[in-house]
Write a protein that binds this ligand. Structure first.
Ligand SMILES: *[C@@H]1O[C@H](CO)[C@@H](O)[C@H](O)[C@H]1NC(C)=O
Ligand SMILES: *[C@@H]1O[C@H](CO)[C@@H](O)[C@H](O)[C@H]1NC(C)=O
Ligand SMILES: *[C@@H]1O[C@H](CO)[C@@H](O)[C@H](O)[C@H]1NC(C)=O
Ligand SMILES: *[C@@H]1O[C@H](CO)[C@@H](O)[C@H](O)[C@H]1NC(C)=O
Ligand SMILES: *[C@@H]1O[C@H](CO)[C@@H](O)[C@H](O)[C@H]1NC(C)=O
Ligand SMILES: *[C@@H]1O[C@H](CO)[C@@H](O)[C@H](O)[C@H]1NC(C)=O
Ligand SMILES: *[C@@H]1O[C@H](CO)[C@@H](O)[C@H](O)[C@H]1NC(C)=O
Length: 425
């Protein structure tokens, strides 16, 4: 074990925790500022497709000590970069005085420190994809409280020479019995055509589906009880969308959705794109449709996940770029102000160090959660990475959904959940 007791002691006083090293508990590894500033090895690098604990040690001396550190990080369930991940900072105590009187001091993870054990639960393991598929993806996760259930789409990304098959089912995770969720396939009718993102609005699920060569990309409304579906938006004045990826809808009935080249470039299942990549605003009250970001102006290439902050005044948008394996790829979460007619004030909120944030979600306290290779990364409202919630070794987190104070995480191969001290937006 790599417990550095001096650091553990200093971590009680976050403002002076400058020592080097890891603080290793039974399920938490806290990475100190010194360790984060200077990687304690002579030479190293890392492919953007792998997580931080798979950093390569290049030329240099004895690798065993640092390798043990990397193994400790790989073995952890939570990686902490800022103690705000699990506890209130001393200097914030004043602001928290009222809550301090009412509730406990414990922050997001609800543990008192890195030496307290906490686990992420594995809820379900998906069956393997068909032999033709390169990988499976589980996106569009959405919670429907009226049904006590979460829904998630399945996609099989094909190999060269194949097109994606439209999959007739989505997965339903029934959490009526919270202690033992029941995951099964359900069949939307008519079927979805390569469903991706999803959002619950006014009692319905709205899916953003990529479409295929014979069915245009569209927004589809699904009744979560009867599973009946209806296409509600599928064109821009006669143009097919390229392949819609995710959707959010404001309380006022204004939808924003992302549209990219995924269907054409990755899945080989749509017609050649006719429009620029972008973020679209569809006013469901009036039917007005307009592009509000993208439009070939540079920032967006394959925009993907969307999430509002808790009062819907900000919209977070992820951008992938052509490939998440590209070293110079996008991997960015942008933050935008939501205006009466569109978006303004776009800024980089965060840039991921592994893969790209596919699904994003927010919580009541304006934290932002990005699903990436190996973990869900948790940022505070100013874009500071607080920590990571790990998924199983080798799995990729794709999206999440809140059910009360439980964050359900949908990986490529498994469903997980973790109990936190906050709730969804
Ligand atoms: C990173 O790994 C990916 C997947 O194995 C590979 O395609 C890519 O070429 C690698 N990038 C570099 C810069 O080595
Ligand atoms: C990591 O976990 C493996 C398997 O449980 C164990 O053998 C190894 O000692 C652990 N390493 C560290 C540094 O915790
Ligand atoms: C794309 O799919 C078509 C069949 O729809 C197939 O003929 C073609 O080889 C595929 N292309 C690639 C690059 O996989
Ligand atoms: C799980 O759901 C399936 C499909 O709805 C149902 O047939 C089965 O009885 C359920 N199992 C349990 C233990 O509730
Ligand atoms: C497109 O998807 C629909 C399901 O909505 C399916 O019936 C149809 O066969 C698919 N077309 C192709 C070319 O795969
Ligand atoms: C909400 O759903 C009801 C019927 O379930 C419908 O009458 C109403 O128009 C919907 N509202 C919006 C804003 O879509
Ligand atoms: C994305 O990258 C692939 C592989 O390098 C390339 O074939 C394709 O043309 C690129 N797509 C666009 C729209 O630039």
């Amino acid at each position: 074990m790599v417990v550095i007791t001096a650091c553990a002691f200093l971590s009680l006083f976050p403002t002076i925790a400058l020592c080097k090293g890891l603080i290793v508990g039974p399920s938490v590894v806290e990475i100190t500022q010194g360790y984060n500033n200077v990687f304690p090895y002579e030479n190293f690098n890392r492919n953007v497709t792998v997580p931080t604990w798979d950093t390569s040690l290049l030329n240099g001396g004895d690798k065993s000590v640092i390798q043990e550190d990397l193994d400790a990080i790989a073995n952890a369930t939570f990686i902490v970069y800022d103690s705000e991940f699990y506890k209130v900072r001393i200097h914030r105590l004043i602001a928290f005085v009222w809550e301090f009187l009412l509730t406990s001091l414990h922050q997001l993870l609800g543990i008192s420190g890195p030496f307290e054990e906490k686990q992420v639960e594995e809820v379900f393991t998906f069956p393997d994809p068909p032999a033709y598929a390169q990988r499976q993806i589980h996106d569009g996760s959405v919670y429907v409280p009226e049904e006590n259930a979460l829904f998630v789409a399945e996609l099989f990304s094909p190999k060269e020479g194949y097109s994606m098959q439209a999959i007739p089912y989505v997965w339903k995770v029934d959490i009526t019995d919270r202690a033992s969720p029941n995951t099964s396939k359900v069949y939307p009718n008519p079927p979805l055509t390569i469903a991706n993102g999803a959002y619950r609005f006014n009692g319905s699920i709205y899916w953003a589906q990529e479409g295929n060569t014979t069915t245009p990309s569209s927004i589809v409304r699904m009744n979560p009880k009867t599973l009946e579906t209806e296409v509600v938006k599928n064109n821009f004045y006669g143009h097919r969308f390229n392949s819609m990826n995710d959707i959010v809808i404001s309380n006022d009935g204004v939808a924003f959705f992302t549209d990219g080249y995924y269907g054409w470039d990755n899945f080989n299942d749509t017609l050649f794109p006719e429009l620029a990549n972008g973020i679209w605003r569809w006013d469901m009250r009036t039917g007005n449709i307009k592009m509000v970001a993208g439009a070939a102006e540079g920032a967006f290439f394959n925009p993907n996940g969307l999430a509002f902050n808790h009062d819907q005044s900000k919209l977070f948008i992820t951008n992938r770029g052509n490939s998440s394996s590209d070293a110079d790829g996008a991997r960015t979460i942008y933050i935008n102000d939501v205006t009466a007619s569109g978006l303004s004030n776009r800024n980089v909120f965060s840039y991921s160090d592994a893969g790209f944030p596919d699904g994003i979600k927010t919580d009541q306290d304006n934290r932002v959660y990005g699903a990436v290779v190996g973990s869900v990364d948790v940022y505070n409202s100013d874009g500071t990475l607080l920590g990571r919630i790990k998924v199983a070794d080798g799995d990729v987190a794709v999206n999440m959904a809140w059910a009360d104070n439980w964050l359900y995480i949908f990986g490529r191969s498994k469903i997980y959940r973790v109990e936190l001290t906050t709730t969804g937006r």
